[in-house]
Design a protein around this ligand. Structure first.
Ligand SMILES: C[S@@+](CC[C@H](N)C(=O)[O-])C[C@H]1O[C@@H](n2cnc3c(N)ncnc32)[C@H](O)[C@@H]1O
Length: 253
């Protein structure tokens, strides 16, 4: 059996490198389109979707994710925000969705339209952006977030990821693919190092919580220490400042 860790929502506000300031900007982008319907694909605990619904009182929302724990937490957040009657958060495979939305949010979930992450393939940006264009009405808005190379990858950066230089593209290349798929970019920006440090710290926190809650000679303790050490080495000795997260604010044209 592998050790079981505390869910990331205990230590992270968003399951992405995303500050409150940038989140407010992204929410404003979606809300400014005054959408009637908003769909969040791979929503996790739907932190952004719930903020959009708070900002647009006439909107209704749906969020789908395969992660039952994240969806359960999202429902608690929706309840606390008084949004239960305007949002449907459910465990579902996003591949089965059909079109007709005013606004879409898809952050860190393009693998929905490609090979599983374990297959270590290049990110399916084009397939994702084409599928997303099919789900959103013309004139509607897509908030798209995805992995990018912030700088040319080094061997140390790619080794703990998919082990290949072509796993990600640059921010500009992803923006060009969005145009090809039928979008016009309004805002194109990327997570800062500070946002990444907070995000990676959220994962480190889960390992730290485990180690604090178990005796040092627990049968699983050595494995947990190795996982924590591996994450630190992968990030600080590898992809920090090289793996990025691009945020694209897109209009469907
Ligand atoms: C990196 S997380 C991002 C979560 C969320 N968008 C956020 O920014 O906080 C990617 C999410 O996509 C979900 N996911 C992956 N494949 C999926 C699929 N086929 N259908 C629905 N969700 C999926 C995962 O469960 C995971 O929660």
């Amino acid at each position: 059996m592998s050790p079981s860790f505390a869910p990331p929502h205990l230590d992270l506000t968003f399951m992405a490198p995303l500050s409150e300031e940038r989140a407010a900007r992204l929410v404003r982008f979606v809300a400014d389109g005054r959408p009637g319907t908003v769909l969040d694909i791979g929503c996790g605990w739907a932190a952004l979707l719930l903020r959009v619904l708070t900002a647009v009182p006439e909107a209704i929302g749906e969020g789908v994710d395969l992660d039952e724990v994240a969806i359960a937490h999202g429902r608690e957040l929706a309840d606390a925000a008084g949004l239960t009657d305007r949002v449907d958060l459910r465990v579902d495979d996003a591949r089965d969705l059909a079109g007709g939305w005013d606004a879409l949010i898809c952050i860190g979930a393009s693998q929905v339209w490609g090979a599983p992450v374990e297959d270590a393939q290049p990110l399916p940006y084009s397939a994702a952006l084409t599928a997303l264009r099919g789900l959103v009405n013309r004139g509607g808005r897509l908030l798209y977030g995805d992995g990018i190379w912030s700088r040319p990858p080094t061997p140390e950066a790619v080794a703990p990821l998919a082990g290949r230089d072509d796993e990600f593209l640059s921010l500009g290349e992803v923006a060009a693919l969005a145009v090809e798929a039928g979008f016009a970019p309004i805002g194109v920006h990327e997570a800062s190092i500070d946002e990444w440090d907070v995000f990676e710290g959220g994962y480190a926190a889960a390992y730290a919580r485990w180690l604090a809650a178990h005796e040092p000679d627990d049968p699983e303790a050595a494995e947990v220490r190795a996982i924590a050490e591996g994450q630190r080495a992968a990030y600080f000795g590898g992809y920090r400042g090289i793996l990025g997260l691009g945020y694209l604010e897109l209009l469907a044209v």
